[in-house]
Design a protein around this ligand. Structure first.
Ligand SMILES: *Cc1c(COP(=O)(O)O)cnc(C)c1O
Length: 385
């Protein structure tokens, strides 16, 4: 065995011992919510396909037409020849959706977050970031080489005290958070963060990967709005919406945009089709939250704030055990373990979709209430709180 293999094996054993080893499980998705795993059909509460658009005929048709017309791959970076004509249409729609002058589409949401902070901040600058912010936002903060401090989750007073301590002597300051937190489902206090940004001449950057409020008038005080095409929009890719000047600068400086091939035309066409669909039927966007609220009411949990409901179970082992119990009932809720969430807060993260039937939500809620939340060996540390 080479030292490289030895290293890999010892690291894997270490993960195994902590119930933290992960495996890729082949999962067939041919329907918005039902998936096939190991020969079984399971009702999934672990997809971010909030509106069921990944399987929508309008998206499939748009993608097929785009392949016929433009081919499969973009062939180059957007800054060279990969900027096929569908991009302009998509970016104009995204800017309208978010109420900004312009938008820039990247290869994924991860790449947006890895690139934007690096494009806008450097060694002389300060970044304050919510401690629970997504891994991609942390990557961006670190790549920027700015001075980075984490503030306690959703704690604007802590952010303000860090600003007091570190703002002077720094050229620019960036405040980074998520609109809806991906693993907790709670919302950031955006009005207060926006006020802090205004008072301290800082720039607020909000990642709305899980926000389903498609309203251009929402959050007017936010100059940097991040989103993904890969979740509610059912396709793939990410974007930042901002003023024209900021978007131009990002196009010139974000390395994850410049040095990566453009998205396949089919992906862009599908995202356009999704936006058209939501424009025609805006009421669909309210459904996942209504489904999540039905669940929290029936499971006797605090009201859901978004389509995401965490059941925090403590140790990784407890989350895996809860996943197995639900699987036996025909439900898929994949255990979320460290380092995705912090030590001792392993959980089931339930994501609700517009397509989940109410009767199944009722069955899930009854099972969770009676068999998961009540089990003595599964310790419910807190849930949603
Ligand atoms: C999923 C997610 C991303 C990454 O988006 P992709 O398009 O899947 O790469 C970024 N931020 C948050 C908060 C997310 O949940």
């Amino acid at each position: 065995m080479t030292s490289l293999d030895e290293f890999a094996n010892s690291k894997l054993s270490e993960l195994e011992r902590g119930s933290l080893r992960r495996t890729l499980v082949a999962t067939g998705r041919t329907d918005g919510i039902w998936v096939e795993r190991g020969g079984r059909q399971l009702l999934s509460f672990s997809c971010n396909d909030y509106l069921g658009l990944t399987q929508h005929p309008a998206l499939k048709a748009a993608a097929i037409a785009a392949i016929e017309r433009h081919g499969m791959g973009a062939g180059a970076s957007r800054l060279v020849t990969g900027n096929h004509p569908l991009y302009e249409d998509l970016e104009e729609r995204l800017a309208r959706l978010r109420g900004t002058e312009a938008a820039c589409v990247f290869g994924s949401g991860y790449l947006v977050n890895a690139g934007v902070a690096q494009a806008l901040a450097g060694r002389d600058d300060l970044i304050l970031i919510d401690e629970l912010a997504h891994s991609s936002l942390w990557t961006g903060a670190r790549l920027s080489r700015a001075e980075v401090h984490a503030f306690h989750h959703n704690d604007v007073r802590h952010a303000a005290s860090l600003m007091d301590l570190h703002r002077s002597g720094r050229r620019h300051a960036l405040i980074v958070t998520e609109g809806v937190f991906s693993m907790d489902g709670d919302r950031a206090p955006l009005a207060d963060l926006s006020e802090l940004a205004r008072k301290t001449d800082a720039w607020l950057m909000v990642d709305d990967a899980h926000d389903l409020t498609f309203d251009p008038h929402a959050d007017p005080g936010i100059p940097l709005k991040i989103g993904t095409l890969s979740k509610a929009l059912g396709s793939y890719g990410g974007y930042v919406a901002a003023s024209r000047a900021v978007i131009e600068l990002i196009r010139n400086r974000a390395r994850t945009l410049i040095y990566s091939t453009g998205l396949p035309p089919a992906t862009v066409a599908a995202a356009i089709a999704a936006l058209e669909l939501i424009g025609r039927e805006p009421e669909i966007a309210a459904k996942p939250l209504a489904k999540a609220r039905l669940f929290t009411r029936l499971a006797e949990l605090p009201d859901a704030e978004s389509a995401i409901v965490p059941l925090v179970l403590g140790e990784a082992q407890a989350a895996l055990e809860a996943q197995r119990l639900l699987e036996a009932e025909g439900f898929l809720a994949v255990a979320i373990r460290p380092p995705t969430v912090s030590e001792g807060t392993a959980r089931l993260r339930l994501a609700f979709s517009a397509s989940h039937p109410d009767a199944e939500i009722e069955r899930l809620a009854a099972f969770v209430r009676e068999r998961i939340l009540s089990r003595a060996d599964i310790q419910l540390k807190y849930s949603l709180a």
